[in-house]
Design a protein around this ligand. Sequence first.
Ligand SMILES: Cc1cc2nc3c(=O)[nH]c(=O)nc-3n(C[C@H](O)[C@H](O)[C@H](O)COP(=O)(O)OP(=O)(O)OC[C@H]3O[C@@H](n4cnc5c(N)ncnc54)[C@H](O)[C@@H]3O)c2cc1C
Length: 273
Amino acid sequence: MDLNTISEIAHPRSRAQLPVWTAGDAWLAGGTWLFSEPQVHLTRLIDLTDLKWPALTVSENDLSVAATCTVAQLDAFACPPEWIASPLINQCCRAFLASFKIWKTATVGGNICMSLPAGPMISLTSALDGVCTIWQADGSEQKIPVADFVTGNQSNVLAPGDLLRQIDIPLAAMKRRSAFRQISLTPVGRSAALLIGSIAGDGAFALTVTASTVLPMQMSFARMPDAKELRETILQNISDDLYHTDVHGKPVWRKHMTLRLAEEIRRELETLP
Ligand SMILES: Cc1cc2nc3c(=O)[nH]c(=O)nc-3n(C[C@H](O)[C@H](O)[C@H](O)COP(=O)(O)OP(=O)(O)OC[C@H]3O[C@@H](n4cnc5c(N)ncnc54)[C@H](O)[C@@H]3O)c2cc1C
């Protein structure tokens, strides 16, 4: 939709060219959410496209995903065979309630900064121990795990003028065995629960719960827990008020599915060689 309160669009090409942040500003990434509903409080958009950050960069230790990397670019990335967790990328990209038009334009950073419970890029990058780099409005830089970046339904640690620059995923996480479960109330509906489990080389098990909860919840175990230990740990760590409620699922159902999908993940990873 037209945003008819916008009177200016800035096109910075470098960090030095980022304009001084003022009330009424918003970063423009893919624009799939920004242009989907009225934004009467906004007067200027700062387009991130001309910063031309490389979408995906592999270094010795990390896969760096630029905030402006689109969901389609991430989905198309050819991962080396030893990255056995890579199916998670495609599974999470397909967990969007969205058409191909959204996919080709929506960015990983935009999804994380939206901080919706059903943000599949939050699920993916938090489960893979991703770390956000934030360019702070005062010129400094902050690093924070994705799991701590999101603080609730549509809330996160960003202060006005802060910009998410990239997410670094450790290659060690890409080499973990993993299992994915997702459910929606309707066949192509928004995720009501999305869980990812993984096992490290030393046998440590990690479970990340998203979509059913208002923020990502992570639980770690030194070894694979039995069904009772897993269930009790989830019940202890996720209080009832952390389960999200909207038209895509009531909290009591989301809690039930969280416990059920977690056990499915446990069984799947327990039986793999
Ligand atoms: C039909 C449809 C279906 C959708 N389905 C889903 C879904 O299933 N799950 C879901 O989570 N969302 C969904 N969305 C919402 C939205 O499209 C996605 O969250 C998308 O990933 C947002 O990315 P974007 O690049 O388009 O962000 P934009 O719309 O450009 O920006 C979103 C917000 O993030 C801010 N922002 C963007 N990039 C940065 C950055 N680097 N640093 C700081 N702030 C930034 C913007 O200022 C804005 O406030 C859907 C939207 C539509 C229209």
